[in-house]
Design a protein. Structure first.
Length: 292
């Protein structure tokens, strides 16, 4: 193995700790004579091909690891080392370098048909964000971490949404997102992922269900308006009962109210005012009646 040029030769303390752990986890084999001869021949052949083809780069025996990526070196399919960003040459016959991105990835989850807890079918669009922390686990603990995260996100999304009603989805969307992210992290951490979250982007309600909900809302608003009107009439009746009791105990106040009523009536253009005889006897003085 020849290191042609290394842009970053040192790693942080957490990376060194992970590397030491994975070096200890590397299996130890006791090859027999035939295996030793085959391995030696393959390594020699690969080195010869690399030296011959480096000038024309026919077989590209150089691997470039970009910034914020790591390279997993395997020899005969067995883990050997984790490389930081840089330029490396390797034996094309016996070795391979798989590049793992450590950048945050965005995974869209579109048009998921889910039934809520109140038996309503809706369509949900969501997005999942995740970041790999341990490239060793991402390479060897799961076949395809991107495909696994996508299916795990869909499963968690269906599980959590089906436990909540449609009203809860609109009211407590933040809490639901946090719960789904927690469930995802518990499962994805064994794949070398230490940062993962999922957010609901949009909740699409079918048109037939929208019509039913609109009609239900209209009926509910009509019922609420009738209840409010009835409560207002009830309060007005209670107030009128209290006023009538006060006027009954205070005749002078009743007279004043009567005269104010006559004053309001007199503002109209009508020249004739019809008054009940019982009201005249009660409120109009006898002297005025005699004058008339």
């Amino acid at each position: 193995m020849v290191d042609i040029n290394m842009f970053s030769s040192t790693t942080t303390a957490p990376r060194e700790a992970l590397l030491n752990i994975h070096q200890q986890e590397k299996p130890t084999l006791t090859p027999n004579c035939l295996t030793t001869i085959y391995n030696g021949t393959s390594s020699l052949t690969g080195n010869i091909i690399s030296c011959v083809t480096i000038p024309c780069c026919c077989f590209s025996p150089i691997k470039i690891i970009p910034q914020n990526h790591e390279g997993i070196l395997t020899r005969f399919g067995i883990f050997q080392q984790i490389y930081p960003p840089g330029v490396y040459s390797y034996n094309i016959c016996t070795e391979d370098i798989r590049i793992i991105s450590l950048k945050q990835k965005t995974l869209p989850i579109k048009n998921q048909k889910i039934m809520t807890n109140d038996n309503l079918t809706i369509y949900i669009d969501a997005v999942c964000f995740y970041k790999i922390h341990d490239s060793y686990k991402a390479c060897f603990s799961v076949e395809n971490y991107s495909f696994s995260v996508e299916n795990l996100s869909k499963g968690v999304l269906r599980t959590v949404i089906s436990e909540n009603t449609l009203d809860t989805l609109f009211k407590d969307r933040t809490k639901i997102n946090e719960r789904m992210s927690q469930l995802l992290l518990e499962r994805a951490v064994k794949w070398g992922i230490d940062e993962i979250s999922i957010d609901i982007k949009d909740i699409v309600i079918p048109k037939d269900l929208q019509r039913v909900m609109a009609k239900t809302a209209e009926i509910s608003q009509d019922a609420n308006s009738k209840i409010i009107s009835a409560e207002g009439e009830k309060k007005a009746a209670e107030i009128m009962v209290q006023v009538s009791k006060m006027l009954k105990d205070n005749p002078e106040a009743m007279k004043l109210l009567w005269f104010n009523t006559l004053k309001d009536i007199s503002k109209e253009k009508s020249n004739t005012i019809v008054v009940s005889e019982s009201i005249n006897e009660k409120f109009v003085p006898a002297s005025i009646m005699k004058r008339d």
